[in-house]
Design a protein around this ligand. Sequence first.
Ligand code: RP5
Length: 160
Amino acid sequence: MKKTKPLKVSIVMGSQSDYKTMQLAEKTLKKIGVSFETKIISAHRTPKRMYDFATSAEEKGFAVIIAGAGMAAHLPGMIASLTSLPTVAVPCESKKLKGLDSLLSCHMPNGIPLAVMPINGAMNAGLYAVSIIATFDQRVRTALNRWKLKQTRSVKKKPK
Ligand code: RP5
């Protein structure tokens, strides 16, 4: 029987409307070759779904959770409070306050560590998740280093 590889990263977001941002995390993980699954989980609209997800993520074998949300963006912090897995927050841009509300909502007090990316920083969230996995997975470390080298080489010395 073919063994299926465990999914390494779980990407969750508060709403369908966050997906245009959160797709960048998917794109980054795909490029580097890290497996993931993506779900919509809202802390306020689907609190039970959030609880069940966060309390079972570790036993499902995930290594990192990326959580994106906008406005009263308590999803990442709530998930971080319910799991010991490293959790990465993406504050998604909101219409009225341009994501400042989302960013500040991810500001957690002592005891609940949450890695907070910039507003709409889903690409960096993907890279950050990859760098966590690279600490224990040699293949991913090699792929990440290759990706970084390519980025460095792509920077021109002079502007056009
Ligand atoms: C949050 O409210 C979501 O994360 C989203 O960024 C924001 C707006 O959600 P929608 O009204 O677009 O579904 O829960």
